[in-house]
Every structure is written in C-alpha cells, then in structure tokens.
Write a protein that binds this ligand. Structure first.
Ligand SMILES: *Cc1c(COP(=O)(O)O)cnc(C)c1O
Length: 463
C-alpha cells in the first residue's frame, strides 16, 4: 500500500479548538508576527515542530508509573543505559534534559576558541553551541542539498572531498571532532547513506578525528537506508542502526524526536577522558549522572520510546504520512523542497511568494499567512533563523533557502487532519498574491528567531 493507515488506535483524545480569522489576526499582532508567541491552544494543526510533541504509547505511560525516583542508581537509568548500549553501542550513557544540553556539555569540554567543527549542516542549537565556545561551525553537506529541485536519495550526505580540503586548510589540531546529523534537519530532513558515513569515517580515521552523530532522527534515517540503499533491503532497521553507530565515537541525542518522549536526551560516548570531564560538568549544571536533569519516570519513557521507534510498521507509517502531505502539495503544484524528507515537508517560500524580496522575510510572511488564514502553524527556516548580521558592515548575509517547515508530530495527527493541511495550503497558494512582506522590529543577538518581532510591510488585503 502506498500510504499505509495508522498502525495504532486512539485511547485518549485532546480536544483542539477552532478560532476565527479575526482572533488569529489579533493574536498575530500581539505576538509581533512571531509564531513562537502565539498560544498553542489557538492553533488548530500545530506543525511548529516534531520535537517533544510525540504522543506516547500506553506502554510508555505505564512506564511512568514505574519511575524509580532515587537520587542515585535509579533502575530506570540502568534500563536506559542497556537500551542505548544495545542500539547505539556506546559504552557511556550520559542523560540530559534535552539535546542541546548534550551539545553544550560536549562542546564546552572539547571545543576551544579558534577551533572548527564540521557537520553536514549544523542544526541551529548545535551551531549556536559551537559558536558559544568561540569556535567555527562549518556546513559541508553536498552542494545538491541547496538545490530544492534536485532529487537525490541521500541529499543529507557529507561532501567528503570538501571535508578533506577543510581538514587540510584548518589543520587537524584545530578540529576536535566532526559531526554528521541524521537526518539532516536544517537541510530538509534528508537522510545520509551508510556508504557516505563509511567514507566519512575512513577519512576521519586517517587524521585521527572523532566522529559524533547528531542522532535526533536516527530511526528515520535508518528506515530510509533500508528503503533506498542497495544491500539493506532485508536488514532490520535495528541492525542498520547498530552498523551506522559503529562508525562513530559517540552521539548527541534529543529524545524529543526519535525517542518518542516529550522531554529527554543523552550523550553516548566511548572515550573515557571525555566522559569523565563531561560527567563532572553534568553534576555542576544538570544533576547526578544517573538522572541528568530528568525524573526517573522520564528515563523509563525514553528507554521504552527508543525501542518503539524501531518498530518498522510504525516507521513505514511515519515516513509515509509525511510523504502523503508532500505528494498532495506537489500534485497541487505548491513549491516544496524535494525529495520529501523524513519528519517534515518544507514549503519553498521564494517560489511560493516571488513578489516578496528576501529582506522582507518571505518564509516568515508565508508562515504568518498560513496561521492567519487556516490556524496552521509551521516554522520559518530562512533569513529570520539563519540570516546572519555581518559584524563589519552590519548588513545581513542571506541563506540560500527560504523555507517554511511543516514538521509532523509523531503519532499525533490523523491523515484526515493532514489532508486538511494540504487543502488549506493549496487554497493559500491560489491567493498568494495577497500576501505581503514583513519588517523586523526587534532581534536578539543569539537564536533571534525565538524572540524576534515584526510588523507588516504593507497592510494585508482582506479576502
Ligand atoms: C532538536 C535538535 C537538536 C536539539 O535538541 P533539543 O532537544 O531541542 O535541545 C539538535 N540537533 C538536531 C538535528 C535537532 O533536530
């Protein structure tokens, strides 16, 4: 079946309410046209993020009741440790309250000012955490990743040639580690192939540089390998994951994605010295090493979620639901990023709204219009998120892509709600000439997209 139906049934429901266009218009003005400041209960379908928004299973909820809240040595920690070792294979498991704390602990321990950290594409918190150490975050994904029309099966791949040039240019001693993000979130949720990971590993081995995975969506990446990479069609996703992680020295993980939990993360590491230093820092800023900023019950839900996410019936539905939305839009000629990624569909705002110049934030304007007209919330991934101020000229360096990401929460929305989203966007597309640009009136020095405020460039035309 092309689009398999839901491999679960619903036991608990959470009502969502409809708002009027007038209410949403007022909420937008109050929020400074920043969708992070719109109250969630005024959103009909919330595709802001797939992070921490998953529906837990009955098995995970049951696990919450088995939380062992001992300060030290909670049995739930040992369960998590065993699960992580069995899938990821790393000796040391350091729990954190979410992914960025794993990044912060790792980088504050091993990254020094003036160093460089290559990645296929750094996620925004990863980049910010590298730069916070006074180091440089380098994106070395294959060039095709920036072409929204190029259909490659593994568009998240590292450009191994550029990685080697970079190592030679920067110097091995200034590269404390390299990262590979699976799937490549900022590049459209595109997977990385096993073959590319093997080549990256072989290159890094020649220079003695450790490889750390940003593993947030590892199960989705491994499912794509099974679907698309020859030689893996009969391998289980669990075995694919084990092989993939065997090429790394560790991982940072936000379990809010493929951990199927609402909060949680961890750092997996083999290196004793790094583990010791990071553990000392963990005690200072998060908590004792067997809970790391989480309750015992959270550790249990995470351990169970990591097992469930490898269920291939679940993964087939998950990847297909995202593809279903993408194909409905594509069939309606709505410009989207191709191929369709693992956790989200990305609207190509430059093509959706060619009338809005990049300095008027076309992707933000599109996200605002989608909420105002239909109560659907996506997120801008464009100039607001990545447009960097040039420290010398004060001008903006514009990113190549202006996207609105529609991230699909795991096990949350039915295909009927996904159909509503597709039909709404197709409708908006036919009225696209009524959408105007925005002016930024406030920006913070770091991660500005979370708090930026805007005004409309020209008043919107009422339909
Ligand atoms: C979400 C995410 C992170 C950060 O994780 P948080 O749990 O949000 O702190 C890091 N890298 C990638 C690729 C992500 O998607």
């Amino acid at each position: 079946m092309k689009f398999p139906s839901e491999p679960f049934k619903i036991k608990v429901v959470e009502p969502i309410k409809r708002t009027t266009r007038e209410e949403r218009d007022r909420l937008l003005r109050e929020a400074g046209y920043n969708l992070f400041h719109v109250p969630a209960d005024s959103v009909y379908v919330d595709l802001l993020t797939d992070s921490g928004t998953s529906a837990m299973s009955d098995h995970q909820w049951a696990g919450l009741m088995l939380g062992d809240e001992s300060y030290a040595g909670s049995k739930n920690y040992y369960h998590l440790e065993a699960v992580v070792r069995s899938i990821f294979g790393y000796r040391h498991v350091i729990p954190t309250h979410q992914g960025r704390m794993a990044e912060n602990l790792l980088f504050s321990t091993v990254v020094k000012p003036g160093m460089s950290v290559p990645n296929n594409i750094h996620f925004d918190t990863t980049r910010a955490n590298v730069e916070h150490q006074g180091a440089e975050a380098l994106d070395l994904v294959i060039k095709e990743a920036y072409d929204p029309h190029c259909e490659l099966p593994f568009k998240g791949n590292m450009d191994v040639l550029r990685l080697e040039e970079t190592i030679n240019r920067v110097g091995r001693e200034r590269i404390p580690l390299a990262m590979v993000t699976i799937t490549n979130n900022s590049g459209g949720g595109q997977p990385v192939s096993m073959e590319n990971i093997r080549r990256t590993r072989a290159l890094l081995n020649r220079y003695g540089i450790p490889l750390i995975f940003d593993a947030c969506r590892f199960a989705e990446n491994c499912f794509f390998i099974k679907e698309r990479e020859s030689g893996y069609e009969d391998t289980s996703v669990r075995e694919i994951a084990r092989e993939l992680f065997s090429y790394g020295d560790g991982c940072t993980m936000s379990a809010k994605k493929d951990g199927l939990v609402n909060i949680g993360g961890f750092l997996g590491l083999n290196d004793e010295r790094w583990t010791q230093d990071i553990t000392n820092m963990l005690i200072l800023v998060e908590g004792f090493p067997t809970y790391g900023g989480l309750a015992g019950r959270d550790l249990e839900a995470m351990a169970r979620g990591l097992e469930e996410v490898l269920d291939e019936e679940y993964l087939r539905f998950r990847i297909s639901q995202v593809r279903y939305l993408g194909e409905l839009l594509d069939n309606g000629r709505v410009p989207i990023l191709k191929p369709i990624g693992g956790h989200a569909v990305y609207l190509n705002a430059k093509e959706f709204l060619p009338q809005i110049p990049q300095d008027q934030f076309p992707a933000q304007a599109l996200a605002v219009a989608l909420y105002r007209e239909f109560g659907i919330r996506g997120v801008e991934i464009g100039t607001v998120m990545f447009g960097k101020r040039d420290p010398v000229t004060g001008g903006t360096n514009y990113p190549e892509l202006e996207l609105v990401r529609l991230a699909i929460p795991r096990r949350v929305y039915t295909n009927m709600q996904i159909t509503y989203v597709a039909e709404s966007i197709a409708d908006l597309f036919t009225h696209r000439d009524t959408i105007g640009g925005l002016v930024m009136t406030y920006e913070a020095p770091l991660l500005r997209h979370f708090t930026a405020r805007f005004e409309e460039w020209a008043p919107v035309v009422t339909r």
